[in-house]
Design a protein around this ligand. Sequence first.
Ligand code: ZN
Length: 471
Amino acid sequence: MNMRFFLITTKIFLLSTFCFADSEAAPNKIQKIDLLIEGDHLVTMGKSRGIIQKGAVAIHQGVIVAVGKAKNIRELYEPEILLKGENRIVMPGLINGHSHAAMTLFRGIADDYPLFEWLNNYIFPAEVAFVDKEFVELGTELACWEMIRGGTTTFVDMYYFPEAISRVVDSCGLRALVSATVIDQASPDASDAQDSLLKGEAFIRKWKNKNQRIMPILGPHSNYTLDLKQLKQTRHLAEKLGVGLSIHMAESIFENQHAKTKYDDTSVKVFESIGFLKGPTIAAHMVWPSDEEIQILKKRNVGVIYNPTSNMKTGAGIAPIIKMLKAGIHVGIGTDGAASNNDLDMWEEMRLAALLQKIENMDPAVLPARKVLAMATIDGATAIGLSEKIGSIEAGKRADIIQISTEDVHYIPTFDIVSHLVYVSDEQDVTTVVVDGKILMKNGEILTIETKKLKERASTIAAKIKNKLRK
Ligand SMILES: [Zn+2]
């Protein structure tokens, strides 16, 4: 064979392999599909972390069917809807690993208090006084609006009236792990731990496998609002129902002191001693694990969620993220609720996630932009047990994808797309949000929530809360 011809054909083969590296075998005739999303830069977050220039994603029936160069994809697929890619970055939707969505209605209710005082003197009493089903519906809808606006496509929630949360998530089109809160005190939807377990079980039985986008799990609050027997019961129930759980863990010095006084050990070790960690666990905060406890978290494959803003705001401390990453723990990023953040902005969270570790370690290289972007997408998906489904733009995965406009002046110049996404981009740059192949926001307009109606209803309830607080 002519050597030049051999080199050219090899090159063509390699190019086409690259273009469909993340896709199944390319079909040989034009295939009709639901949606095609294009972008000047397609940040896949796939295994190779490839960025395809002038890329496109073909989507059919909620699933990514092909990823590659736009010109190649267009030759093979005919979409019903085309989202053009000029001045757009395409990337996986952001994953908020820990939130209390409905607490948007408590945004700013009690700022600048230490965690324990904030919870016991302000939040728990306010919840008993104000939180009912309507509060949760409206608060969650506000949160979903804010998350869609900012490009978050999946969140892990923990709050009361999980069924109301699930209904809102269903109608607004997002994806969520909805934790039924288990807590041993009078809460808005239960009288004590046993009651919350019973209600949690009923919720999970009703919602498990009901909706592709909504996964019901249990949400035991913490080691200081549940005793060891109740924590064990919660894990057993989760096992029985075949679901995971999310929990606050090693969040504060107070929590470790509580564990020490009551059980003569530190928090994570106490959880390990009762077998609590032997099942899918999403642990939020994880500010105070010891080196020994980090090894336990690794052994038990606990997914850790880093909440830098909340940890800074409540003065909880700085999570040893670098140590946990070095130990091989899967770490995602979360905002926590709007009462301790005070927003649900994952762009800000990414930026702070990086900066806080750099200053803590006095080393700018410890948590680079690439890793932070992974933590908000594919690593977050792994931490919450959904990496087979979401977190990257790869054929076979569900289509949770966002487009970001690069038209704002803060994109001139752009030397490095990933650096820009982590250190510059903000919520206002997100133009398109697609979850499970469905468009939730287009040209910055949210399509699944009636904004005017939501604002009116939320303003009414917010005014009621403010009036009662004044009395
Ligand atoms: Zn929380």
